[in-house]
Design a protein around this ligand. Structure first.
Ligand code: AMP
Ligand code: MG
Length: 410
C-alpha cells in the first residue's frame, strides 16, 4: 500500500498554481504575490524631517547653547522650493516636511527653547545629518522590494501602497466543489430519523476549504446510484478542484471512484497506509485535482488536512504547504493496533517550560467527533510502532488555535 508520504508526494507533484488575478490591496492580504515588485521611485522620494523641530546648519551650532533666527516654517505637505537656511538662521520644520536648502541637520523641538517665535535657542550638541530621512535611504528606484511567492501581510500592503499600487497580482483562489454521497444523508433542518445522518461533511469540508483560503462550492448530496453520482460529480468537475466525501471504500454501494473513472478522471491512487483515512483516493481530470475522501467525519477532516489543504495552498502559490511540524513528548502510552499504517492521532498540546507535550484528545475511533474538537494537533506515528510509551517523542502537525500553557511550580 502507498505510504502517507508517497501519497502526499503524488498529490503535490500534480498540482500547480491556479493562475493570476489582480485584487485590491486589502483583499490581497493572506494571498501570495505572483510577480516580483520593483520600486518605481526612491523612498523617501526627497530628504525630509524625521522630527518636529528646526532645520539648521551644523556650522552654526558648534557651541551650545546657541541662538538662531527663525526665518521660515515648513509644515508637513509644504514645498521647500525657495526656502533655505541662511547662516545664523533656522527654519521651523514638522515631521515629513522637505529639508530646505542649506540645512544639514534637524534639531528636535524638545532640545530647543523658542524665544518670541523669532529666535530659537539650541541646548544640546548636534550631530551631522541628524533626524533627516534621506532620499532613497529605505528603497532605491529600480530595486526589487518583493519577490513572487511572498505572502502578503500588512507590511507588504504598506510597501505596495507606498509605491502607488492600488492592485496586487496574486494567485487565484481555486473554486473547490464539495460533493457528499450517501442514501443515509439528510440536509440540515430536521431531526434525523433512525438510519438517517445529517450531512455534516459537506459543511466541515466547505469550512476547511474556506479556512485554507479557497472558495467552496457546495454541490449537495449524490445518492447511492450511478445516475445521481453522474449528475453531482459532473457539476463538481466544473470547479477548479473537487472534494467528495464517502462512497470510496469497498462496499457495493461505494460508487465514487467507479463513476469518476467513467467520467474521465484518471485515478492516481486509491488506499493509503494511514489510520484514519485508508480509503482516500486521488485523481486528475484535465489537470484538475479530484480528492475522494472517506465518509467518517473525522477521516474526512484528517485526510482533508493532510492531503487537500496542502494541494489547495500550492494552487494558491504557497511554497510552504505543510503545517509547522515539531516534536512533542507523549504524556500517555499509545497502543497502536494497526501499526502497519501511519497513525494520525488527534492530540492536545501543552507547553511546559521549553517543551511541548502531547496527550490523546479522547477515543480515536473515526466515528467520534468530539476528539476532533479537543485536538490542537495531529501526532504522526510511523508504521511499525505498535506501542509507544509515555515520554517518547512524536512528530506533531499543529493545526489548532492554541497550545495550553502549563505553569509549572518552581
Ligand atoms: P461510507 O464511506 O459511505 O461507508 O461512509 C462511512 C461513514 O461515514 C458512515 O457512517 C456514514 O454515515 C458517514 N458519513 C458519510 N457521509 C457523511 C456526511 N456527509 N456527513 C456525516 N457523516 C457521513
Ligand atoms: Mg456511503
Amino acid at each position: 500500500m502507498l505510504s502517507f508520504e508517497q501519497a502526499r508526494k503524488i498529490i503535490l507533484e500534480n498540482i500547480s498554481p491556479a493562475g493570476i488575478e489582480l485584487v485590491n490591496l486589502v483583499d490581497a492580504v493572506g494571498r501570495v504575490l505572483a510577480e516580483d515588485v520593483v520600486a518605481p521611485w526612491d523612498m523617501p522620494l526627497w530628504d525630509n524631517s524625521a522630527m518636529d523641530g528646526y532645520a539648521v546648519r551644523l556650522a552654526d551650532c558648534g557651541n551650545v547653547p546657541c541662538k538662531l533666527r527663525v526665518t521660515g516654517y515648513l509644515p508637513a505637505g509644504a514645498q521647500a522650493d525657495g526656502v533655505s537656511v541662511k547662516p545664523g538662521c533656522a527654519v521651523k520644520i514638522m515631521t515629513g516636511a522637505p529639508i530646505p536648502a542649506g540645512a544639514d541637520a534637524v534639531v528636535p523641538v524638545e532640545e530647543t527653547e523658542e524665544t518670541s517665535g523669532e529666535q530659537v535657542v539650541l541646548k544640546e550638541t548636534i550631530k551631522p545629518r541628524q533626524h533627516i530621512r534621506f532620499c532613497g535611504e529605505d528603497v532605491s528606484a529600480g530595486e526589487q522590494v518583493m519577490a513572487a511567492g511572498t505572502i502578503i501581510r500588512p507590511p507588504e500592503v504598506s510597501m505596495l501602497a507606498s509605491f502607488g499600487h492600488a492592485l496586487a497580482p496574486v494567485y487565484r483562489r481555486p473554486v473547490v466543489a464539495v460533493v457528499s454521497t450517501g442514501d443515509e444523508l439528510i440536509e440540515l433542518g430536521r431531526t434525523p430519523a433512525t438510519g438517517e445522518i445529517v450531512n455534516s461533511n459537506t459543511l466541515s469540508l466547505a469550512a476547511a476549504v474556506r479556512e485554507a483560503g479557497a472558495i467552496p462550492r457546495i454541490i449537495g448530496i449524490a445518492r447511492d446510484n450511478r445516475e445521481s453520482h453522474r449528475v453531482k460529480l459532473g457539476y463538481g468537475l466544473q470547479a477548479d478542484a473537487l472534494v467528495t466525501s464517502a462512497g470510496v471504500s469497498a462496499g457495493d454501494r461505494d460508487l465514487v471512484r467507479i463513476v469518476l473513472e467513467e467520467m474521465g478522471v484518471k485515478q492516481l491512487f486509491w488506499k493509503v497506509g494511514i489510520k484514519p483515512g485508508k480509503p482516500a483516493a486521488f485523481g486528475l481530470k484535465d489537470g484538475k485535482p479530484v480528492f475522494s475522501l472517506p465518509g467518517n467525519p473525522v477521516s474526512s477532516m484528517i485526510t482533508f488536512e493532510e492531503f487537500v489543504r496542502p494541494a489547495l495552498l500550492r494552487m494558491m502559490g504557497h511554497s510552504q504547504v505543510i503545517r509547522p511540524t515539531f516534536k512533542a513528548l507523549l504524556l500517555d502510552d499509545i497502543k497502536n493496533k494497526e501499526s502497519d499504517r501511519t497513525s494520525l492521532l488527534r492530540i492536545r498540546l501543552e507547553r511546559r517550560g521549553e517543551r511541548f507535550y502531547a496527550s490523546i484528545s479522547g477515543k480515536q475511533q473515526t466515528g467520534l467527533l468530539k476528539t476532533m474538537l479537543n485536538a490542537a494537533a495531529i501526532a504522526v506515528i510511523p508504521p511499525g510502532r505498535g506501542f509507544m510509551a509515555a515520554g517518547e517523542e512524536v512528530d506533531v502537525h499543529f493545526f489548532g488555535s492554541h497550545i495550553d500553557l502549563v505553569e509549572e511550580a518552581r
